[in-house]
Design a binder for this molecule. Structure first.
Ligand SMILES: [Ca+2]
Length: 489
């Protein structure tokens, strides 16, 4: 007997499990869902007006859908952000504030977005990072997955996970994954983890085309998360001389409370090292963009685009030297704002400029697909903006970290650190100060503005909770073999 193909074995097991675990599903009639996520991607994309970054494929998707110009994550860190997005509940509702706590340990019965689609006759497949993964340590494992969300999962890993000693690392004291490091890699795109993610997505699309089964396909790319590894041709897009060092942060540091900052200024990198890290981030973006393009081209080639809702989103932003900061977990605009593009059959093209939130995605996708959403979701459907992007939208967005909370309106960004701002406050006027260089919170002229924003903020988000650390539920071994058969590697 011919040995079973390893991937086929995984599929068979997954299908049997799903047949047991799921009630009989009604036949799905709505469009398919293709949820494409990137990791740690901020708005440094061509479609958002970045002067250097080349992202032609994401830009093209924006042209055939609605680009949300002010979309905000609920929490600028992988696990809380993704758990919130996929449950449609705020971090305070699911009590997820760190990388280690699984939402099933705090809200065991919550119905996630892909789980709901399974219940309504869709086949839900995850490729790569949709729920939290440690990057790069958990690449190739299921990460912090939620098995009941999916009929089938694929956990690729590529050559970028190897040869960590070949990284150029400017912060060796920081673990790999957080370390400011990059590698100009050899080999073709297809050998990188994200190249594999695209290849496997293409295979799944072909399978869906053949079967006619309605699908919810989550395609989760791992870049531009650190370390910035990409093939050389993507670094070649960005001559170092063309990349300026970050602006002098002196002015933006004035009057800003200490909890707003995470790390020493530029983490000690020299101006040239800063530019090299920025180049690595740009290269990783262009590399991911090319993989997104491969998936979208196949969707169109197969004739599936006309009946598929495409959502492109990151999990949070990334500071690239603004305010002298790298990384995320801050409440500055670059950390909480992310790209969001929704291209849905029969819907509008254009840009929606008002603040929206990640918790809005759950009710939006369910409404577009005619799948009834559960009661009690935190967000509101964005379908009116997908019908007319200039629809009046008088709503604020809220974000938070473990010690701070933020409200973002069309004009203002207001942050409180500690309970009701006991550890400091920030107020930025985005009409006159889009780079958040001047904290106005201490100016009595803005007392009434702050009072109004604080009232909205306190109504939406609880005071900072005491952070316990519930024991991590042992869902999976932390590392297991990837599911890519040997002949494909
Ligand atoms: Ca992330």
């Amino acid at each position: 007997m011919k040995p079973l193909h390893p991937l086929a074995l995984v599929c068979v097991v997954a299908s049997c499990l799903s047949a047991v675990a799921q009630p009989a599903a009604p036949a799905a009639r709505g469009p398919n869902v293709l949820l494409i996520m990137s990791d740690d991607l901020n708005n440094n994309l061509g479609t958002y007006g970045h002067p250097l970054v080349k992202s032609p494929n994401i830009d093209r998707l924006a042209q055939r859908g609605v680009r949300f110009d002010h979309a905000y994550c609920q929490f600028p860190l992988c696990n809380p952000s993704r758990a919130s997005m996929l449950t449609g509940l705020r971090p305070d509702q699911i009590k997820i504030y760190d990388l280690d706590t699984h939402f099933r340990s705090t809200t065991p019965d919550v119905v996630t977005l892909p789980q709901l689609f399974r219940r309504h006759g869709y086949e839900a497949v995850r490729i790569g990072k949709i729920y939290h993964y440690g990057v790069p340590s958990e690449i190739g494992s299921p990460g912090s997955d939620d098995p009941i969300s999916w009929d089938k999962t694929v956990n690729p890993f590529g050559r970028d996970t190897e040869n960590k000693d070949r990284l150029i690392n400017f912060t060796p004291q920081v673990p790999i994954g957080g370390a400011l490091a990059y590698r100009i890699d050899d080999g073709p795109d297809e050998e990188q983890t994200d190249g594999w993610v695209a290849t496997m997505a293409i295979r799944e699309l072909a399978r869906f085309k053949a079967s006619g089964q309605p699908f919810f396909l989550g395609v989760g790319f791992y870049r531009p998360h650190l370390p910035f590894v990409a093939p050389k041709k993507y670094f070649d897009l960005y001559p170092l001389d063309a990349i300026p060092a970050p602006a002098d942060p002196t002015e933006s540091l004035r009057n800003v409370p200490a909890p707003a900052f995470g790390t020493p200024l530029f983490a000690g990198l020299t101006p040239k090292q800063q530019r090299l890290i920025i180049r690595g981030y740009y290269a990783a973006i262009s590399f991911v963009d090319a993989q997104v393009g491969r998936v979208l081209e196949e969707l169109e080639r197969l004739g599936l685009a006309d009946n598929t809702i495409v959502v492109f989103v990151s999990d949070h932003g990334f500071l690239l030297g603004e305010h002298g900061q790298w990384w995320k977990q801050r409440l500055f605009e670059e950390s909480i704002r992310t790209p969001l593009i929704i291209a849905a059959p029969g819907r509008a093209h254009g840009a929606a400029v008002h603040p929206v939130e990640f918790v809005d995605l759950y009710p939006t996708i369910t409404e577009l697909a005619h799948v009834p959403a559960p009661a009690g979701l935190a967000g509101r459907s964005l379908v009116p903006l997908l019908t007319r992007p200039d629809t009046p939208w008088p709503h604020a967005a809220f974000s938070q970290t473990s010690t701070g909370t933020a409200i973002r309106t069309d004009r203002w960004a207001y942050h409180e650190w500690g309970a009701a701002g006991a550890d400091g406050k920030e107020l930025y006027d985005h009409v006159n100060d889009p780079a958040e260089q001047h904290n106005l919170a201490g100016d009595p002229a803005y007392a009434s503005v702050i009072a109004e924003l604080a009232e909205q903020l306190h109504a939406a988000l609880q005071p900072r909770p005491a952070l316990g650390r519930p024991e991590r539920r042992p869902w999976f071994p932390k590392r297991s073999p990837g599911y890519i058969p040997d002949e494909d590697r």
